[in-house]
Design a protein around this ligand. Structure first.
Ligand SMILES: [Zn+2]
Ligand SMILES: [Zn+2]
Length: 453
């Protein structure tokens, strides 16, 4: 099984032809809607869906029987069956009746082909009725021409090469017929359909699922004839209606399955399903793109690029907590002390601003293990962190953060609160009587100052 370069358990949906590498949706640049680019080289990547990333045919078999049970398809089946029944009963003369019936068959074949085509590009619902009539006659004529050409070649070869060859040819033909129909749907050309390179190529590229499909089609065809014989011909109008409905229904199921085989092997057959393209080429926010990009660079071991990407992303979206956090986490993981020293104050300030105080303590502890001497350059950070530490039971760190705050930040508006906290912290620490007395004296002085101000 093929996989994403960075996710060995994920099927790839993109291919960079420049780097000759495959990626999953998480590992490409989705900055712009309708396109995806390679993070490594910046080139546009190709959408590709491997058969591993869509449901196998066996899973589709059950759903295929429900496929025609849709408003459009049911409407089509009933409408067409009513018309053919009426035509078969109408005394309008042989030739006219023949042409009208031929046209109805054209409609049925055309709609089945539309189902095949729609499925092959990922539309798992029958197509709308407005498209059903368009091109019906031409598709029927081309299909007749195809069968005529095939029949003619079989007879011709049979006459020249003997009856055994003819039998082998006919048997081969039965087996390759679905492939011929699929090639016809893909190319819209008679010559494209009967070209052995095309239909043998299709059989080779689809592999075992093709043979499963062929066996399944035979089972279905024989059950249709069985059903028809069971219904019988006693009530002419009724049986004509039922038989027409059943064969239209079965044709839709069969053509849908043929389309599904194409859909499933689109990568090898060079088709791209629109539904998948739409889904895979949605634009993402700059922050999400930055996350994806950093993940790719991390996996590639390009750490300096990781830092640059996150710095730039934060610069253009400074209020994004997820970006800040990711940057902080990565710097911690890389143990990049100098970068941490530079951003720590801004990071904690951001957490305070965005009311993410619950993260402050956890990240401050993480930072402490890497930078034991870290001391915030801002009074409010020191006070808030001290508060967090004290609340978590770490009175010692709280005291360290508050020590000398009044000297360093004499103008800080919350000095009284800060030193009240410090007395509380000193109270729980053993052997701190001296500091406690000094702190209480300082607090009294601060309060007196405030009263005179
Ligand atoms: Zn990936
Ligand atoms: Zn590339």
């Amino acid at each position: 099984m093929e996989s994403c370069k960075y996710h060995p358990d994920t099927a790839p949906n993109f291919r960079c032809d420049e780097c000759q590498e495959s990626f999953c949706s998480q590992c490409v640049d989705h900055s712009v809607a309708g396109e995806a680019r390679c993070f490594q080289c910046g080139a546009l990547v190709r959408v590709r869906v491997t058969s591993d990333s869509v449901d196998p045919l066996s899973k589709r078999l059950k759903k295929a029987f429900l496929y025609p049970l849709n408003r459009n398809a049911v409407g089509f089946i009933i409408g067409l069956s009513l018309v053919t029944t009426a035509l078969s009963l109408m005394p309008i003369g042989g030739l006219l009746q023949f042409i009208a019936m031929l046209f109805c068959s054209g409609l049925a074949v055309n709609y089945s082909f539309l189902c095949l085509k729609a499925t092959s590009v990922g539309h798992m619902e029958p197509p709308g009725l407005s498209e059903a009539v368009e091109g019906s006659f031409s598709i029927l004529i081309r299909l007749f021409a195809t069968f005529f050409l095939i029949g003619f070649s079989v007879i011709f070869l049979g006459q020249h090469l003997g009856p055994i060859t003819a039998i082998i040819l006919i048997l081969t033909l039965v087996v390759v017929l679905p492939a011929i129909l699929m090639c016809f749907a893909m190319t819209d050309h008679i010559l494209g359909a009967i070209n052995p390179v095309n239909f043998f190529g299709l059989i080779k590229n689809t592999g075992l699922p093709y043979w499963v499909l062929v066996i399944f089609l035979f089972i279905m065809l024989s059950s249709v004839s069985l059903l028809s014989s069971l219904i019988g011909d006693e009530q002419q109008a009724f049986s004509a209606f039922v038989q027409s409905s059943i064969s239209s229904y079965y044709a839709m199921v069969e053509f849908h399955l043929m389309g599904y085989l194409l859909y499933q092997h689109q990568d090898r057959l060079g088709i791209t399903a629109h539904d998948i393209e739409d889904k895979l080429l949605k634009a993402q926010s700059p922050a999400s793109v930055a996350f994806a990009h950093t993940n790719v660079c991390l996996k590639a071991g390009d750490y300096s690029r990781v830092k640059t990407i996150l710095q730039q992303a934060i610069a253009s979206d400074p209020k994004n907590t997820r970006l800040w956090q990711r940057y902080f986490e990565i710097l911690c993981r890389l143990e990049d002390r100098s970068a941490l020293q530079k951003i720590a104050d801004r990071y904690f300030h951001h957490l305070l601003e965005s009311a993410q105080t619950f993260r402050m303590l956890r990240d401050a502890k993480k930072l402490q293990s890497l930078l034991p001497d870290y001391m915030p350059e801002y009074a409010h950070l020191r006070f808030h962190l001290a508060n967090e530490y004290y609340s978590s039971g770490d009175a010692k760190t709280a005291v360290q953060l508050l020590m000398g705050l009044h000297k360093r930040f004499p103008e800080y508006a919350r000095l009284i609160e800060a030193y009240t906290l410090m007395t509380q912290a000193l109270e729980v620490l053993p052997g701190m009587e001296d500091q406690m007395n000094k702190c209480q004296a300082l607090l009294a002085r601060l309060k007196a100052q405030e009263a005179t101000a």
